[in-house]
Design a protein around this ligand. Structure first.
Ligand code: SF4
Length: 178
């Protein structure tokens, strides 16, 4: 099942993945549900090899979002992205996917398609803030786990408590206007 196009409406922000720059972070949306990853033979074998269970995880990112329950660690998005928004999270912190929530990542992991740690790895938009909205990552994903939508900034801001409804609707001048 592809990523739910309305995932920010149908899910809750269940935590963040923080960037080590201290400024940026992207949200994690849940609850997840078992999808393609739980049915993929390579993914199942990799989890079994590690002795880890496949559990529902959720969606990582808001404007650049990857449904980790769909992601089968193909890496097409990683290869397609011209500005290295994604990394293989396990090449930076080799921990179970559920445990990434509220962790800090520096973006020092691999952004090379074939450098996944193994098929338990997931593409993570650690540099979501660098996205140039080219959409190259969206159509190449085999299970259609990726959704890019700049207007989802609204949901990021609502989760952050920085959303200004009047400003967003254009009915109020920007705070710095005279
Ligand atoms: S839309 Fe383009 S720039 Fe943004 S994450 Fe996808 S491939 Fe990278």
């Amino acid at each position: 099942m592809p990523i739910d196009p309305d995932f920010p409406r149908n899910h809750q922000a269940i935590g963040k993945i923080k960037h080590a720059d201290g400024e940026h972070y992207h949200y994690f949306w849940g609850p997840g549900q078992l999808k393609e990853a739980a049915e993929n033979e390579e993914v199942k074998a990799a989890y079994e090899h590690r002795g880890e269970e496949i559990v529902p995880i959720g969606v990582s990112g808001t404007m650049v979002a990857v449904d980790w329950d769909s992601c089968v660690a193909d890496g097409a998005c990683i290869e397609a992205c011209p500005v290295q928004v994604f990394q293989w999270y396990r090449t930076e912190h080799d921990i179970p996917a559920k445990e990434v929530i509220n962790q800090t990542f520096a973006g020092t992991g691999s952004s090379v398609k074939e450098e996944r740690k193994d098929y338990t790895d997931k593409a993570d938009a650690v540099r979501e803030h660098d996205c140039i909205w080219c959409m190259a990552c969206v159509s190449v994903c085999p299970p259609q786990a990726v959704k890019v939508d700049q207007s989802n900034l609204e949901f990021h801001e609502k989760a952050s408590g920085t959303y200004n409804e009047a400003l967003a609707k254009g009915s109020a001048p920007p705070p710095h206007a005279h």
